[in-house]
Design a protein around this ligand. Structure first.
Ligand SMILES: Nc1nc2c(ncn2[C@@H]2O[C@H](COP(=O)(O)OP(=O)(O)OP(=O)(O)O)[C@@H](O)[C@H]2O)c(=O)[nH]1
Ligand SMILES: [Mg+2]
Length: 577
């Protein structure tokens, strides 16, 4: 863990503390300096006593800039909650604290700032007040450190506490590496001499220079020309760290905060998800699907429509489930956290955890949770790769590269076994669904031959009784109207029968015909008519015409007006027939 955000009410001393800890003023803009207030996110870093580096994201405390605050806390590992000793717990202390809770943060500390302005008694009242607010939260046992940047009180203590925090969190919440890097952009600018630079916190996978990435919103391809971490160039970056990327292939004005970079094909881009939703305790009204809502995920803000699952409304402090529909697809995963706000009233409603990024059931039926088994059973059949895209989890397949429920596997096995037993000529593999093909291939005693599967020992199509029947019938084959057309078709496909405009012969009939043609031509060297052919073989026009047609197509005979003469392959090997 290395990325820590500040949080707390406006003017409580967040930026001053970051400056004191790092030597970098996180307020970068002239307007921020003029107004003495943070407007946009600020960034700084420092080496802690242990040698570890901590990156800070300094957020604005003013309620008007809460959206910027939200963009900053989407990928953090820890926080410093800042409370002014003089003012105490204020509305945005509460709001930021609720947001950090909803984001599922585990680690943090509290800085009680400006203690130079209060006496010991007030300081102690504040401590008790804060401790009460933090009860039963992730900060319930967090250190509350008295700080003054004016009198340099408490700064070393904060540094030591950050070291402990980083060590603890590295131990209890190791950074996930899914080998699928994802970077939510929080800044984009043009750097003189190097072009487009974006910054963000790398998550889910490592990144190497020269990597090809895709900007999800525009599907533009970009190349990572250079990776910088804490202003130093590096060729590889592990997840969980802040970075600046110099990108080739995009203008800095074409990529914004809230954009996300991924490797093409590694992420399912979803415009709908099911999630848990906890409503903040302070909300004064009920929440329904009506209203204009935005969700905050990563560094992005997205207009959404919501529908509750299993209820019509929720009240303050209640927990429920929600289906969220976005306007554009984004690369998300179960486990990602989000904050829900009402855009009209500019109010933080709640937040929760994404549970299903591609819901299949209607909201009346859906029961979202993080279970991989639920995803498999709702989809019935899912490949290992699909499951990874849907859940981030890699599981062993149960058949081929498929996963399914044991029950469904059993049913499918039985169905296929019955189908196999029923056909005399086997199952055409290409007509089966992919997962059925996988099940079939794993069935015992199944042979797959020329695209057809049959039970070992059962006769193949080439041994079908029709084959013998037609072989025996020679140039006067039976009418196929009374026969099983499907089987005849399969024998034709296998090359044992020839079908000429609906008249079907065994392949040997053509050889018989060829030998006869050779004989007729000895009697009629200038060619023979259909009638002569018919009479010579003692057959009717019904068979004579298609037979000659077949011989023509094979260049055994050639048409010459009303006559047939020998073709190029008249004397060819039987195999050439
Ligand atoms: N006396 C005293 N003043 C402080 C201390 N820390 C900060 N201040 C003053 O408090 C004011 C606000 O400090 P900032 O650090 O800008 O507060 P902030 O929390 O970053 O404010 P926003 O980013 O706008 O929410 C400034 O005038 C600081 O000089 C401190 O320890 N003692
Ligand atoms: Mg500030």
């Amino acid at each position: 863990m290395t990325v820590i955000a500040t949080a707390g009410h406006v003017d409580h001393g967040k930026s001053s503390l970051v400056l004191a800890l790092t030597g970098t003023d996180p307020d970068r803009w002239a307007e921020e300096k003029r107004r003495g207030m943070t407007i946009d996110l600020g960034f700084a870093h420092t080496r802690l006593p242990s040698g570890a580096t901590a990156s800070f994201i300094d957020v604005p405390g003013h309620i008007r800039f809460l959206r910027n605050m939200l963009a900053g806390v989407g990928a953090i590992d820890g926080c410093i909650l800042v409370v002014d000793a003089k003012e105490g717990w204020m509305p945005q202390t509460e709001e930021h604290f609720q947001i950090l809770k909803l984001l599922g943060l585990h680690h943090g500390l509290v800085a009680l700032t400006k203690v130079d302005l209060v006496d010991a008694e007030v300081e102690s009242v504040r401590r008790n007040e804060i401790r009460a607010k933090l009860r039963e939260s992730f900060l319930s046992d967090a250190p509350i450190i008295s700080v003054s940047v004016v009198s340099s009180i408490g700064l070393d203590e904060v540094r030591d506490a950050l070291d402990v925090l980083i060590a603890d969190s590295t131990h209890t919440n190791p950074v996930r590496n899914r080998n699928r890097p994802r970077l939510w952009i929080d800044r984009s600018f043009s750097a003189r001499g190097s072009g487009t630079v974006v910054t963000g916190t790398l998550i889910d996978g490592s990144l190497e220079s020269n990597a090809e990435l895709t900007i999800v919103r525009t599907q533009q391809r970009v190349r990572v020309r250079e990776i910088q971490q804490h202003e130093k160039s590096t060729t590889q970056l592990e997840p969980g760290h802040r970075c600046a990327l110099n990108l080739a292939g995009v203008n800095h004005a074409e990529i914004f905060r809230g954009d996300v970079l991924v490797v093409d094909g590694q992420w399912l881009q979803s415009a709908m998800f099911d999630a848990s939703l906890a409503i903040v305790p302070s909300l004064q009204h009920r929440v329904t699907r009506r209203g204009s809502y935005s969700v905050y995920i990563g560094s992005g803000e997205f207009a959404v429509k919501i529908r509750f699952i299993g209820t019509r409304e929720l009240y303050a402090n209640e927990n429920g489930f929600v289906r969220v529909a976005l306007q554009t697809p984004i690369p998300i995963l179960p486990g990602d956290r989000f904050i829900l706000r009402e855009s009209g009233r500019q109010e933080t409603i709640g937040g929760g955890e994404i549970l299903d990024i591609s819901p299949t059931l209607r909201t009346s039926k859906a029961k979202p949770d993080r279970s991989v088994e639920r995803v498999v059973s709702e989809r019935q059949w899912v490949t290992v790769k699909e499951l990874e895209l849907l859940t981030g989890e890699v599981r062993q397949p149960i058949v081929g590269d498929w996963l399914t429920t044991p029950k469904l596997l059993d049913v499918t096995r039985k169905e296929l076994a019955i189908k196999l037993a029923k056909t005399s000529d086997g199952l055409e593999i290409s007509r089966l669904k992919s997962h059925e093909q996988a099940v079939l291939a794993a069935l015992p005693d199944v042979v797959i031959e020329m695209g057809r599967a049959r039970i070992k020992g059962a006769s193949s199509i080439t041994e079908h009784p029709y084959v013998g029947l037609f072989a025996k019938a020679g140039v006067t084959p039976p009418d196929t109207k009374t026969l099983d057309r499907n089987i005849v078709r399969q024998i034709v496909q296998r090359g044992l029968f020839v079908d000429i405009d609906g008249v079907v012969f065994h392949i040997s009939a053509l050889e018989t015909a060829r030998l006869n043609v050779q004989k007729i031509l000895q009697q009629h060297p200038n060619g023979f008519t259909v009638s002569q052919f018919r009479e010579y073989l003692g057959i009717t026009r019904k068979h004579a015409v298609p037979l000659l047609e077949a011989l023509d197509r094979r260049a055994i005979t050639k048409r010459n007006g009303d006559l047939r003469v020998g073709g190029a392959r008249l004397n060819g090997e039987p195999s050439q027939v």
